[in-house]
Design a protein around this ligand. Sequence first.
Ligand code: 4AD
Ligand code: MG
Length: 458
Amino acid sequence: MIVSIKSILGHRTPIESTVTVQGWLRSRRSSKGGFSFLHIHDGSCFGTVQAIADGELPNYDDIIETSTGCSVTVTGTLVASQGKGQDREIQANEVIIHGLVEDPETYPISKKRHTFEYLRSVAHLRPRTNTFGAISRIRHALSTEVHGYFDRHDFCWVNTPIITASDCEGAGDLFRVSTLDQIHRDNREQFADDFFGDEAFLTVSGQLNLESYACSLGKVYTFGPTFRAENSNTSRHLAEFWMIEPEIAFADLAANADLAESFLREVIQGVLRRCPDDMAFFDERDEGALIQRLTAVADQNFTRMTYTEAVNLLLKSGQDFEFPVSWGADLQSEHERYITEQVIKGPVVVTDYPKEIKAFYMRLNDDEKTVAAMDVLVPGVGEIVGGSQREERLAVLDERMDPRLADELWWYRDLRRYGTVPHAGFGLGLERLLLYITGMDNIRDAIPFPRVPGNANF
Ligand code: 4AD
Ligand code: MG
């Protein structure tokens, strides 16, 4: 019977049963007594299972040619282990070798430690390492938890389009989608002959389309790839990332912040519950502080402060920031990190930003200076969530919108003309949340094949 290593290590396969495992060698060593220890991983869990191949096996000469990375099928009896480091092992009756590693000396993922930077240059092989196995399983568990959370709380998953004509964030960081051979700057007419009959782009956010569904289904979310052509070569930005965006009707900013908090708390708990071994590995890398930090997030209320309070706090901090702090200027990553890491030492929800630095769709507050925006900041990463209450009053929306945009977004305006309702939502970057959960440093290591300026090769 083919069994997963997870089921063996989790004691779900009885001792003395005959088992077959299929996987790759993490390592192999020969022992003096004329046998070989194979350590096999199969992706089902963090650990490896040890198989002992006896010198009597007919293909023993081939077995001792194997090395890290070789693919094998091992059949044998599962026995209680006498050795250290594992409590059960396989006494192999048969070892089928599927693929050897050509020249083990130059195998790019040899047993020794590699830097993450190096591993990015072999992104097709890095899933074979401990770290990338673990982060892949955590990413899967997190994605499943995302859907689980929304399903439990009666949200409907809406698949918003990837190709769109609208720049939701108005930041202009768009990838064009076109079948034209040549594109001339500032000539909108040419797109009449283009595939979609107008300019089209890869989406930067599903929010605008999502609002249309929230204004009928009440509680909705979208979860899919998002694209931004911002040329920022940082450890927090990808050109292609996955965004989770809920949108709720009959809701204000406070309800939106409550949703973000409850969502983060439940999905983090879910990952801790589902991935204990993978999380223990990251915890160890973080000197034992990671799980404690995440458990605290699950237990504590998030601190909330307004942008104005945040600016005052920064001005009084006596810190020497690279970017000056003043009311009206956007918070830079160094400011955000100072607040969440040095002052609060935990997640913070910052609300009510100046209207000039935020998108047109955010609801204008009564002070007419700020909008009902919110960002969630966490230690080690900075911003992980950006959202707002939406402007549901057509007249106010029109004042905040560029008239050209109002023409394009006639359908978005319609939502305010027919049964408008206060509503709110946010976007959460899956990879930024993964950084927070795993304690990894670079967002390029939180997605299987990172898309960043200058790289879309593999
Ligand atoms: O703050 P942002 O730009 O918000 C929006 O797009 C809203 N329309 C979302 C909404 O209200 N439905 O992006 C939301 C989150 C950020 O907080 C960050 O976690 C992530 O998306 N994000 C990125 N992640 C990786 N690489 C990038 N280039 C990112 N840009 C944003
Ligand atoms: Mg943002």
